[in-house]
Ligand binder design. Structure first.
Ligand code: 1HE
Length: 257
């Protein structure tokens, strides 16, 4: 199911995915969450990295509250599971996703950002979980993903007290890995996506699919998963040619930034 509220543009190996419902601050309706799922499921095989952006002054205002009808427990369960399925296609889709954050990154918008692999925020970004004050709970995977970014105590505080983190605090506590001047999040995210797209595909696969699983495994299983993934990655012809390039003086050296 495609949604008119999400747009896809291809720039070589980088896909630019844009939430396109600025009049509603990119609030996520059922149609839009299904549109996100379908778009990520059907990304062309040539895509090596994705930039996720939002049109207008805000990245995303979260769940479309106008659709929050009286649901029975079963309806609520299935609604939340629909979000989970959609955001799984973002996290475990074909390519790493770099979110370009500005303005409101709130509620389900923050849950969407948390499913991405790198978050770049500009100085206008702010983070909030208004579910606490609306009498509801997160339902888009936030209870799992957000504590992994900022810790459970900070997430609970946000929901108990309505605390809003500004862009600087957000970078300090771990919402975003990059903080850039106002208006520059998209350009920075695109620059990073181009770099990510140039990695060996198996390295990106390991970072997307092995690393988060290893984080959940007991250490002895994690070490084994790491070793298996390392063995597979280094056996690829691409790894061999990249290492040979370095040893023969053609590969880039590591430089201080
Ligand atoms: C919306 C939504 C929305 C805006 N659902 N319509 N999320 C929230 O509780 C956040 C609610 N939104 C806000 O706090 C503010 O709108 C913003 C800080 C994001 C932006 O403020 P502003 O002044 O730029 O815009 P606005 O005037 O508040 O909104 C413009 C329009 O968008 C307006 O509609 P209009 O028809 O009067 O023009 C708003 O009603 C509409 N709008 N946000 C529906 N969220 C998987 S579970 C996840 C659970 C959650 O995400 S709960 C948190 C929901």
């Amino acid at each position: 199911m495609s949604s008119p509220d999400i747009k896809l543009e291809l720039q070589g190996p980088v896909a630019i995915v844009r939430l396109a419902r600025p009049s509603k601050r990119n609030a996520i309706s059922d149609g839009l969450i299904l549109g996100i799922r379908d778009l990520f499921e059907k990304l062309p095989g040539s895509v090596r990295a994705v930039v996720l952006d939002g049109e207008g002054e805000h990245f995303c205002a979260g769940l479309d509250l106008s659709e929050l009808k009286e649901r029975d427990a079963g309806g609520g369960l299935h609604h939340s599971r629909m979000w989970h399925a959609a955001l799984e296609t973002v996290q475990f889709g074909p390519a790493p996703v770099i979110a370009a954050l500005h303005g409101a990154v709130v509620g389900g918008g923050l849950e969407l950002a948390a499913a991405c692999h790198i978050r770049v925020a500009d100085e206008t970004a702010f983070y909030s979980l208004p579910e606490g004050s609306r009498g509801i709970f997160v339902g888009g995977g936030g209870a799992v993903r957000i504590p992994r970014l900022i810790g459970e105590a900070r997430m609970a505080d946000m929901m108990f007290t309505g605390r809003v983190y500004d862009a600087r605090e957000g970078e300090r506590v771990g919402f975003a890995q990059y903080l850039v001047p106002a208006g520059q999040a998209f350009d920075k995210a695109l620059e990073l996506a181009q770099r990510v797209a140039a990695n060996a595909p198996l390295t990106n696969y390991a970072l997307m699919h092995a690393l988060p699983r290893i984080a959940e495994q007991p250490a002895d299983q994690g070490f084994l998963t790491e070793a298996l993934m390392a063995a597979i990655a280094q056996s690829a012809p691409e790894a061999k040619s990249r290492v040979r390039d370095f040893l023969e003086g053609r590969g880039a050296k590591v430089k201080k930034s």
